[in-house]
Design a protein around this ligand. Structure first.
Ligand SMILES: [Fe+2]
Length: 192
């Protein structure tokens, strides 16, 4: 493994800046960039079969501290808001169902991902072939959800959600992270 391998867990792997929660759709979009990078790390771990400590710990921190919150932000807050604001012509019902399918599948694989990486870090053992397959399936579902959201859902959300919706979404996401409500910057370009 070289210094530039994505599985080393160095540059570009820090959590999304909480200051972006003031503009929640930008926060989610930025988290998708982060998820794309983590998925590359996971794929590299599965490919090498040997768990680099820094990379393995980065993935574990990500799944424990970030991904679960992201899934709840979307399933509990973003998707219900979109269901209210979008018309049948927007056709997002089926899109959301597809995304939820990927998020549920990723959530089902989470215990295996967590246990396999933890075992490798504790014992220095390599990933089993079965666990490697689970890691790749997990990253595939996470990646597919973010591709669909970036291409379809977030552009619709930017067009349909009101300033009040975005403020409520921001408050909910901040509360989920134990942060107090925050005033939005006065020049935040939200639609009314
Ligand atoms: Fe997402």
């Amino acid at each position: 493994m070289t210094q530039s391998d994505p599985a080393r867990g160095d540059s570009g792997l820090s959590p999304t800046d909480p200051a972006l929660l003031a503009t929640p759709l930008e926060f989610l979009s930025e988290e998708h960039l982060r998820q794309r990078r983590i998925c590359a790390v996971i794929d590299a771990l599965a490919d090498f079969g040997t768990v680099d400590r820094a990379a393995g710990e980065s993935v574990l921190r990500f799944v424990d501290a970030e991904l679960t919150l992201h899934m709840r932000d979307e399933a509990e807050d973003l998707f219900p808001l979109l269901a209210v604001r979008c018309s049948v012509d927007d056709g997002i019902g089926r899109v959301i169902l597809g995304i939820l399918g990927d998020l549920d599948a990723a959530a089902d694989l989470l215990p295996t991902v967590r246990a396999s990486l933890s075992l490798c870090l504790q014992t220095g053992s390599d990933l089993s072939a079965k666990d490697g397959v689970a890691l790749v399936r997990f990253s595939g579902h996470v990646r597919r959800h973010l591709v669909t959201e970036n291409a379809i859902l977030l552009p619709i959300a930017r067009a349909r959600l009101t300033k009040r919706d975005l403020q409520a979404l921001s408050r909910r996401m901040r509360a989920r992270r134990g942060l107090p409500p925050d005033l939005l910057p006065p020049d935040t370009p939200f639609p009314d």
